[in-house]
Design a protein around this ligand. Structure first.
Ligand code: PSV
Ligand code: MN
Length: 388
C-alpha cells in the first residue's frame, strides 16, 4: 500500500507552466468575449499568473507567445516576473496570424515566406537569450485544405530544412519543442499531424529537439497515454500542453472533460521517469478561459493536475507489477482503480497548510480582493487577446 505520506515529498517538485494567453481575452471563431479586469500588456498578464502561483505553489513560470507578448525590453519583463516570484518560461512562435502565412509558413512553397517564418523563430531564440528560457515551442498552422493544393512530400522536405535552420541557432542549453496537431486550421492534410511526424523531424534535428504533446490535439478515442509511454521510451517527450477536449481543440480546463484520462497520462509519465527529479519535461497548460474567469480557471487547472499526479503517485507499483506478471487482469486493474478512487483532497489541503500555502487556494484567491482590484485598476487601454 502506498499512502499519502509516502508521496507528499514527491509533490514538492511539481511545477506547471502557465500560458500568458490564458489571461487575455479569448473566444472561438464566432466571438472573442471581453472580460472586465483583463490584462492590457504582458506585465499585467504576468502579475495575474503570479497570483496562481501565490495561492497554489504550483506554477512558478509563465510561457510567452510572440508577438502577443512582445515588449521593448525583455530584461525588464524578466525582472518584473522575478519580482513577483515567477520566471519566464517557454517562448512560443506564431506563424498563423499574418496574411503571408495563408498557404503555410515553415513548409511554404515561396522561399520569401519561408524565410520570414524562419526569421521569426530565430528572433524568438534571440528573445530566449534575454528571458533565460530553455524552450522554443513551434506549433505550425501549415497544411492543405484540398488534395492537389500542394505536394505533401515537398512540404516535408521544406519543413525539415526550415527546422534545421532554426535548430542551428539554438544555444547549447536550449531546445526546440515541436508540437503536433491532427487538423485545423488546415482540414485535408496537416504537415505535423501526429507524434510520429514530430518525432521523425526531432530525431533528424538532434538531441535537443523534442516533441510537445498537446492533450487536445488528438482524435476522440486516441489512447494518449500510449503516446506518452512511447515518447518517454524513445527519450523524446519534451513537453505537455495540458487542456481538455470534448470534440477537437476545445482548450478547456485540463482534467475537466476526463479526469481519469489525466490520471492515466500521469501514471505513464511517472512509470516512464517523466516525473523523476532529473526529468526535463515541461508541464505546461495551453488553455483559454472564454466564459469562466481566467485566474480561477488557471487555479482550478493546476489543482486538477496536482490531484491527478497525487493519485498516480499513489499507484502501488509493486502490487501492479506482481499482478501484471501473474496475469491477474482484475488484480492489476484494481491496483490502478484503487489509486484513482482515493480521495486526496483533504490530504492535499494538509500538504498545502504544511507548506505555508492556503489549504483552499480557490477560496483564498476569491477572498483576496484581487479580482475587484484589477477591475478597478485596469481602466482604459486595450485588453490583451489572441484576436481571433
Ligand atoms: C493552436 O492549436 C494552439 O493552441 C497550439 O496548441 C499552440 O500551442 C497554441 O495554439 C499557442 O500557439
Ligand atoms: Mn498547444
Amino acid at each position: 500500500m502506498t499512502t499519502f505520506s509516502d508521496i507528499a515529498r514527491d509533490l514538492d517538485r511539481q511545477a506547471i507552466e502557465l500560458p500568458s494567453w490564458a489571461f487575455g481575452n479569448s473566444g472561438t471563431r464566432f466571438n472573442v468575449f471581453a472580460q472586465k479586469g483583463v490584462p492590457r500588456d504582458p506585465f499585467e498578464k504576468i502579475a495575474d499568473a503570479a497570483q496562481v502561483h501565490r495561492y497554489t505553489g504550483l506554477a512558478p513560470s509563465v510561457a510567452l507567445h510572440i508577438p502577443w507578448d512582445r515588449v521593448d525590453d525583455f530584461d525588464n519583463l524578466r525582472a518584473h516576473a522575478e519580482g513577483l516570484g515567477v520566471r519566464l518560461g517557454t517562448i512560443n512562435t506564431n506563424t498563423f496570424q499574418d496574411d503571408d502565412y495563408m498557404l503555410g509558413s515553415f513548409c511554404h512553397h515561396d522561399e520569401r515566406v519561408r524565410d520570414k517564418a524562419v526569421a521569426h523563430a530565430v528572433e524568438c531564440v534571440d528573445i530566449m537569450d534575454v528571458t533565460g528560457s530553455r524552450d522554443l515551442k513551434v506549433w505550425l498552422p501549415d497544411g492543405l485544405n484540398y488534395p492537389g493544393q500542394g505536394d505533401l512530400r515537398d512540404r516535408q522536405d521544406r519543413l525539415a530544412d526550415s527546422l534545421a535552420r532554426v535548430y542551428a541557432r539554438l544555444g547549447d542549453h536550449q531546445r526546440l519543442v515541436l508540437e503536433y496537431k491532427f487538423f485545423e486550421p488546415a482540414f485535408y492534410a496537416t504537415d505535423v499531424p501526429d507524434w510520429g511526424t514530430s518525432y521523425a523531424h526531432c530525431v533528424a534535428l538532434g538531441e535537443r529537439a523534442v516533441v510537445c504533446l498537446d492533450t487536445g490535439h488528438h482524435a476522440p478515442g486516441t489512447n494518449i497515454e500510449f503516446i506518452v509511454m512511447q515518447l518517454l521510451r524513445l527519450g523524446r517527450l519534451g513537453a505537455f500542453d495540458f487542456n481538455s477536449r470534448f470534440y477537437a481543440d476545445d482548450d478547456l480546463m485540463v482534467g475537466a472533460a476526463d479526469p481519469f484520462q489525466l490520471f492515466r497520462i500521469m501514471h505513464e509519465v511517472i512509470r516512464g521517469g517523466g516525473y523523476d527529479e532529473d526529468s526535463e519535461i515541461a508541464f505546461m497548460l495551453d488553455q483559454c478561459h472564454n466564459i469562466e474567469p481566467k485566474i480561477p480557471g488557471q487555479i482550478r487547472s493546476v489543482l486538477n493536475v496536482q490531484e491527478a499526479t497525487a493519485k498516480a503517485l499513489l499507484v502501488d507499483r509493486d502490487a501492479l507489477v506482481a499482478a501484471e506478471r501473474a496475469g491477474d487482469v482484475l488484480g492489476g486493474n484494481a491496483v490502478l482503480m484503487n489509486a484513482y478512487d482515493t480521495d486526496v483532497r483533504a490530504d492535499l489541503a494538509d500538504w498545502r497548510a504544511s507548506r505555508g500555502l492556503p489549504p483552499d487556494p480557490m477560496t483564498a484567491y476569491l477572498e483576496s480582493g484581487y479580482a475587484d482590484q484589477i477591475v478597478g485598476d485596469r481602466l482604459g487601454g486595450e485588453q490583451a487577446g489572441w484576436g481571433a
